[in-house]
Design a protein. Structure first.
Length: 70
């Protein structure tokens, strides 16, 4: 018999979700909507950061080369 972390993680997430429902006195759909909002904000932030990487690389790499040569 092999041990899998998926049931443990799933159970912990469900338990945490139920505790949040009881603690905040909000319904499960309200908390789900809040979680979806946070997930979308995280993805938008990652997209903004990823779009700036090429620009930052073009600026920072020549400066790093000058620093290393000195």
């Amino acid at each position: 018999m092999t041990f899998s972390f998926y049931p443990v993680v799933g159970g912990a997430l469900v338990l945490g979700w139920l505790c949040a429902c009881l603690k905040t006195h909000c319904g499960p759909l309200v908390l789900l909507a809040l979680a979806v909002t946070h997930a979308r904000a995280c993805l938008v932030t990652l997209r903004w950061i990823a779009s700036g990487i090429p620009r930052d690389w073009r600026v920072a790499y020549p400066q790093a080369m000058e620093y290393v040569k000195e």
